[in-house]
Design a protein around this ligand. Structure first.
Ligand code: ADP
Ligand code: TPW
Length: 577
C-alpha cells in the first residue's frame, strides 16, 4: 500500500511539475527576449510576479513610487535599445506609472508598462472591484500601443507584440494589461513553452529610398553655410561611428541637442555648441539627424532661425516630415542605414564648407567660450550656479564614462551649457517635455544598466519630485552621487508673499534645508557644502568610494532666473504688466 501511495504522490508531483501558470509564462516570455531587469513596485496582484521574477534570475528593482520606476524603465530603454519594463499594481499604481509611460512615448524611448488589473467582468459592469479601473482605455491615448492578455496561452503573443511595438519604427511606450485572473491561470508546461515567441529582429532596419538619399546629397552640395543637427534619436540609434564619419568627412559644423551631447565629444573642433544662436540663424542648409523641429528648436522658424534655409531630415517616422516647416529633402529610415547611405554617396570630391563660414563660426565660438571661461572663473560667495558647475565640469572631464543626470530650471540650462560630455548616451535629462521628477528614476536605471557611477545634478525643487528614491539607491547600494543645487526654492529662493501674510511665497521652500540628511537617514553619505572646494572634494570622494551620496550644495538664493531660459514661455498676468 505504501508503495502505491508513493507512486500516486510521484504522479501527482510529475503532473504538477508539468504545469505552468500566467506568472511563470510572463517571466519566461520576458527572459526569452533578453529582458533582464524589472523596475517596479509590488502589491496586489503583482507581488508574486515580482517575487518569482527575482527567484528566476531577473533583477527586480523595487521603488518607492511607480512614477520613478517608470522613468527608470524608460531610460533603460533609451540606454539599451531594449524595452525597459515597469511593473505596477492596478488603478493608482498604474496611474502613477502612466506619467512615465506618456513621457517615454513623447521622448521616443522604448518601454513596456505592465500593470495588474482587476476582473474584467466587474470592471466592465462598474461593480466596484478592488482598485477598479478600465486601465487599457486610459493607457491607449498615452502609449504607442496598448494590449490586454486574457488567456495564459496568449502571453507569448502579448509580450511579443509589446516588444515589437516598443522598439520598431519610432520607439515608444507600450501598455500591457494583465488581469489578476490571468496570472493564476495554469496550463500544461510544454504547451506553455511552445506558446512563447522569441522575437526575431524586433527593430528591423529601414533602408531609405535611394532617390531620397540622392536628393539630400544634391541639396547638401549646394549649401554655402551647412549645419548638422544631432538629436537624441541619433544617440539612441547607436550609429556613433557613421555619424562621426559624416561630420568629419563633410567638415560641416554640428550642433548636438541636449541628450545628443557626447555623441561626438563636446570639445570636437567642429562642435558649434558655443555658437548655437549664430549657426541656427545663419545656416542655409540644415541636416536634422534624429531631432524634431518642436519647441526645443523654435519649430524651425522665427527669429531663432534667421535667414531662410532648407532642411534635410533623417528620421524613422515619415509623418515627422513637414510637421512644422517644409522639409526639402526627407530621408526616411533608421539613422544607421540613412547615414551610411549618405556616406556612400558623399565621395572624396565632396567640397567641405568654405573658410568664410567655418571661420565665422569659429570666431563666435571663441568669443563665447572666452566669455564663459571668465564667468566660470569668478569666485563668488555664496556659491552660485557657475562656480559650482565649474567644479562639476572638471569632474565629468576626468570621469567621462559616468552618466550625468540633470534636472531643474537654471540647474539644467546652465549645466547643459557648461558641462562638456565626451561619450554618447551619458547625458540624461528632462527631455522633450522638460519634465521634473525624472532624476532619481534615471539615476537608478543608469547605474543598473551601465554598472558605472552616476552623477545626478538636480535643482532643489526638481529633486523633491523623486527624492524618496534615495532609500532605493541605498537599499541597492548603487554608485549614485546626487548634487542638490539648493537655493531655497523653485527657480530662486527670495520671493515674498505679495500679501505680506504668513504663508510663504508660492515658489519658496524651507530655507537652509539639509537634503544631505535624507541620504544619511538610509545609511548613505551626506555632505553639506558651501564652497567650490568643498563640492569638489565631496564629489570626488563619492566617485572614489562608489557609495550612495547626496551633496547639499548651498547656492545663492538670489542666483538664477525665473524658469531658467524659458522665461519667455510664461504667460504674463495683465495685473503685472
Ligand atoms: P531631440 O529632443 O534631441 O531634438 P527628439 O526626441 O525631438 O530629439 O527627436 C528624436 C527623433 O528621432 C524622433 O523624431 C524619432 O522618430 C527619431 N528616431 C528615434 N530613433 C530613431 C532611429 N533608430 N532611426 C531614425 N530615427 C529615429
Ligand atoms: C512635472 C515646472 C519647471 S522647472 C521647475 C518646475 C517646478 C523647478 C525649478 O526649480 P529647481 O531648479 O529645480 O529648484 P533651479 O535650478 O531653477 O533652482 N511639474 C513638472 N514638470 C515641470 N517642468 C514643472 C512642474 C517646473
Amino acid at each position: 500500500m505504501a508503495e502505491v501511495g508513493n507512486e500516486l504522490q510521484r504522479h501527482a508531483a510529475e503532473e504538477q511539475q508539468a504545469q505552468t501558470d500566467g506568472f511563470h509564462l510572463v517571466i519566461d516570455a520576458l527572459k526569452l527576449n533578453g529582458i533582464e531587469n524589472i523596475y517596479g513596485l509590488p502589491g496586489i496582484p503583482v507581488t508574486d510576479l515580482a517575487r518569482l521574477a527575482q527567484a528566476n534570475g531577473m533583477r527586480v528593482i523595487s521603488f518607492r513610487h511607480e512614477q520613478n520606476a517608470g522613468n527608470a524603465a524608460a531610460i533603460a530603454g533609451f540606454l539599451t535599445q531594449k524595452p525597459g519594463v515597469c511593473l505596477t499594481v492596478s488603478a493608482p499604481g498604474f496611474l502613477n506609472g502612466l506619467t512615465a509611460l506618456a513621457n517615454a512615448t513623447t521622448n521616443c524611448f522604448p518601454m513596456i508598462l505592465i500593470s495588474g488589473s482587476s476582473e474584467r467582468e466587474i470592471v466592465d459592469l462598474q461593480q466596484g472591484d478592488y482598485e477598479e479601473m478600465d486601465q487599457l482605455a486610459i493607457a491607449r491615448p498615452h502609449a504607442k500601443a496598448a494590449f490586454r492578455v486574457l488567456h495564459a496561452e496568449d502571453i507569448g503573443v502579448g509580450v511579443a507584440r509589446a516588444i515589437r511595438a516598443a522598439v520598431s519604427g519610432r520607439p515608444g511606450g507600450v501598455y500591457l494589461d494583465l488581469p489578476a485572473k490571468l496570472l493564476a491561470q495554469s496550463m500544461e508546461a510544454e504547451k506553455g513553452r511552445k506558446s512563447l515567441i522569441k522575437v526575431v529582429d524586433p527593430a528591423p532596419r529601414q533602408l531609405p529610398a535611394p532617390d531620397s538619399v540622392d536628393r539630400a546629397v544634391e541639396l547638401l552640395k549646394t549649401a554655402k553655410r551647412p549645419l548638422i543637427l544631432l538629436g537624441k534619436g541619433a544617440a539612441y540609434a547607436r550609429a556613433d561611428a557613421d555619424i562621426r564619419a559624416l561630420v568629419e568627412k563633410t567638415g560641416i559644423p554640428y550642433l548636438p541637442m541636449s541628450m545628443a551631447k557626447g555623441l561626438l565629444p563636446d570639445t570636437h573642433p567642429q562642435s558649434a555648441s558655443a555658437a548655437r544662436s549664430y549657426v541656427l540663424a545663419e545656416a542655409d542648409v540644415v541636416v536634422l539627424v534624429g531631432a524634431r523641429l518642436n519647441w526645443l528648436l523654435s519649430h524651425g522658424k522665427g527669429k531663432t532661425w534667421g535667414k531662410p534655409k532648407q532642411f534635410i531630415q533623417i528620421d524613422i517616422s515619415p509623418t515627422e516630415m513637414d510637421s512644422n516647416v517644409a522639409i526639402a529633402a526627407p530621408v526616411v529610415g533608421d539613422i544607421g542605414s540613412c547615414v551610411s547611405a549618405l556616406l556612400g554617396k558623399i565621395g572624396n570630391d565632396f567640397a567641405k564648407p568654405g573658410a568664410d563660414w567655418l571661420n565665422a563660426v569659429d570666431e563666435r565660438k571663441e568669443k563665447n567660450l572666452a566669455k564663459m571661461a571668465e564667468t566660470l572663473a569668478k569666485e563668488t560667495s555664496p556659491m552660485n550656479f557657475h562656480s559650482a558647475l565649474r567644479v562639476l565640469k572638471d569632474v565629468v572631464k576626468a570621469n567621462p564614462s559616468i552618466s550625468f543626470v540633470n534636472e531643474g530650471a537654471n540647474t539644467l540650462d546652465y549645466a547643459r551649457a557648461v558641462i562638456d560630455m565626451y561619450e554618447p548616451r551619458k547625458r540624461l535629462d528632462v527631455g522633450t517635455w522638460g519634465v521634473m521628477g525624472v532624476g532619481m528614476g534615471y539615476a537608478v536605471a543608469a547605474a543598473v544598466e551601465t554598472s558605472k557611477p552616476v552623477l545626478a545634478v538636480c535643482g532643489d525643487s526638481a529633486f523633491g519630485f523623486s527624492g524618496m528614491e534615495v532609500e532605493t539607491i541605498c537599499r541597492y547600494d548603487l554608485p549614485v552621487c546626487i548634487v542638490v543645487f539648493n537655493n531655497n526654492g523653485v527657480y530662486k529662493g527670495i520671493d515674498k508673499n505679495p500679501t505680506g501674510g504668513k504663508d510663504p511665497a508660492v515658489t519658496m521652500f524651507v530655507p537652509g534645508a539639509r537634503y544631505d540628511k535624507m541620504m544619511e537617514a538610509f545609511g548613505g553619505v551626506g555632505h553639506n557644502v558651501t564652497t567650490p572646494a568643498e563640492l569638489e572634494s565631496a564629489v570626488n570622494e563619492a566617485l572614489r568610494s562608489g557609495k550612495p551620496t547626496l551633496i547639499n550644495a548651498v547656492i545663492d538664493p538670489a542666483a538664477g532666473t525665473e524658469s531658467g531660459r524659458l522665461t519667455n514661455l510664461n504667460p504674463q498676468s495683465s495685473a503685472s504688466k
